[in-house]
Design a protein around this ligand. Structure first.
Ligand SMILES: [Cu+2]
Length: 115
């Protein structure tokens, strides 16, 4: 995925299965040298990564629970820093949910309750 103020692309990932080895390769697209971005998965056993402008860093994650897991920026990057987040849905092992991803779309449950 890419990171630039103030979002990740994509920021909504489906089709990850429990026990998968997930590698997030995050590229910071900023043109200003002093705007690093962070990246972390909520409740992951490892720490976050810090990505300097123009760099790509990789974070490995093995989900240990089924559900929707937030991902987020861990470095204060702008006034909209807290908007820099997204979601990964973890499905049960062996389920047939295909890998898919999108950007800027609200989670399904969210969209149906807000109507
Ligand atoms: Cu940030």
């Amino acid at each position: 995925m890419t990171s630039i103020r103030s979002h990740f692309v994509p920021d909504n990932i489906e089709g990850v299965k429990l026990g998968d080895e997930v590698y997030f390769h995050v590229t910071n697209l900023e043109q200003d040298w002093d705007v690093p971005h962070g990246f972390a998965v909520k409740n992951a056993a490892n720490a976050e990564i810090l990505i300097m402008p123009g760099e790509t860093q990789t974070l490995k994650w093995i989900p240990d629970q089924v559900g929707v897991v937030p991902i987020y920026c861990t470095d204060f990057c702008s006034a909209l820093h807290q908007e820099m987040q997204g979601y990964v849905r973890v499905s049960p092992a062996g389920s047939n949910v295909p890998i898919s991803f999108s950007t800027g779309k609200k989670a399904e449950a969210d969209a149906t309750t807000s109507k």
